[in-house]
Design a protein around this ligand. Structure first.
Ligand code: MN
Length: 249
């Protein structure tokens, strides 16, 4: 099996090397990742300038750096290296829980894989003062991949690993904590005003969610889907606001 490994922290992140090492047990691995950090780039794609790649072997793995986003890396990487079946993204230095799904480049790479008809699995772990202990995490990543290998119907999965030795693995749902988008003003050393976007959680962690699992020391696996349609709202809208009753001028 051909496996493309990518991330949003950049091709030289220790997380991508750790993930590639585990992935080697399952098949042929190519690393194709951004040449610089692209965290929080979301699902952006590069359309106004050309993309290029350069070979840059990493710890014995065939690897390439791309002057683009994580989503670009998946599109370009699977175009140049054909017949990829599985795209792994991470291991991100920083959790991707709940609303992170919207801005995470790590998850965007997995989503891009799913959009292109491949399986996409994203891996993240909290960013702490010290580098994550990948030697502790690797066997758990391997266990998750073994588990997911027997569940091919799951085309897109968001996996989060705790910072310390996991207690086990849990299936979870995405936490949707609402938050105050708080803009904090400050000034730079030149006296010019600038602003930080911060978030302030206003709800407790919901049981059974990704955040809940991580807070309790478990590996969290959340199956995701690309179709964001709210089926109940659609059904309700069709019933309560039938279009054929509306007359346009
Ligand atoms: Mn990142």
């Amino acid at each position: 099996m051909r496996i493309l490994v990518t991330n949003d922290d950049g091709v030289y992140s220790p997380g991508v090397a750790a993930l590639a090492e585990v992935a080697c047990m399952l098949g042929d691995v190519h690393i194709v990742a951004p040449h610089v950090e692209m965290s929080s780039a979301g699902h952006a794609i590069t359309a106004a300038r050309p993309l290029t790649y350069k070979r840059t072997p990493i710890k014995g793995h065939e690897a390439y750096r791309v002057n683009g986003t994580p989503a670009d890396c998946v599109a370009l990487g699977t175009h140049v290296w054909q017949n990829v079946e599985l795209v792994l993204s991470g291991i991100n230095l920083g959790s991707n829980l709940g609303n992170s799904v919207w801005h995470s480049g790590t998850l965007a790479a997995a989503k891009q894989a799913s959009l292109l008809g491949m399986r996409g699995i994203a891996f993240s772990t909290p960013a702490t003062e010290s580098e994550p202990d990948f030697e502790v995490l690797k066997p758990w990543v391997a266990q998750v991949l073994t588990l997911l290998a027997s569940a091919p119907e799951l085309s897109l999965v968001n996996v989060n690993l705790p910072a310390t030795m996991p207690k086990g693995i849990l299936w979870t749902r995405q936490s949707v904590r609402h938050y105050d988008g708080k803009v904090v003003p400050a000034t730079d050393p030149m006296g010019r005003p600038h602003f930080w976007f911060t978030v302030t959680p206003i709800e407790e962690t919901e049981e059974g969610t990704d955040r809940w699992a991580i807070e309790r020391g478990y590996v969290s696996m959340t199956p995701l889907r690309l179709d964001l349609t709210d089926e109940d709202a659609l059904e309700s809208a069709r019933t309560r606001h039938p279009i054929d009753k509306i007359v346009f001028g």
